[in-house]
Ligand binder design. Sequence first.
Ligand SMILES: Cc1cc2nc3c(=O)[nH]c(=O)nc-3n(C[C@H](O)[C@H](O)[C@H](O)COP(=O)(O)O)c2cc1C
Length: 176
Amino acid sequence: MVLVPEVAAAVEAVGANTPILAAGGIVTGRQMAAAMAMGAHGAWTGSVWLTTAEAETNPVVKEKMLAASSRDTVRSKSRTGKPSRQLRSPWTDAWEAEGAPKPLPMPLQSLVSEPALRKVDKLSEGGHEGARTLATYWVGQGVGLMNEAMGAGQVVQQFKEDWIAACERLNGFIGD
Ligand SMILES: Cc1cc2nc3c(=O)[nH]c(=O)nc-3n(C[C@H](O)[C@H](O)[C@H](O)COP(=O)(O)O)c2cc1C
């Protein structure tokens, strides 16, 4: 709500013809319409694809994402050494716990976390209960709106339908 209009104003101020893409938490067509109403030309999306049939996301994590609310993510240094938003799990909690070691600076923390988390993924897919609980992955707060397992094509179709519905809704406010 703040950044996109600021960027649009800055681009306009210099008279540039630069396309602006809004990103972060956008998982629906209505959010794209809102971003475009604020001056963006389109949206850049990441998380919304993680639960699609085509995504290589660990199926256990996919399930967790579909069930998660927007409150189930956390910005944590535990994965890369820099803050990045991910699904909260006992893995991320353990790194925040009292007495826990501080995550190493990037790129060293990945050397600690990635082999362990890859093992967690593998074991969780085999049904290991502890690993299922620990399993986590990067995802944004839009995860709360990702509630249905869909193919990528269906996601695109929903984007279009929801975008049009949002534009029609706005048109309705104009009146005759
Ligand atoms: C699994 C995953 C990995 C990502 N990896 C990177 C990365 O390596 N570098 C980067 O700049 N952004 C990365 N991003 C951020 C995306 O490019 C994008 O800006 C962001 O996901 C948009 O927000 P959204 O996920 O809420 O749609 C990643 C996002 C996800 C979901």
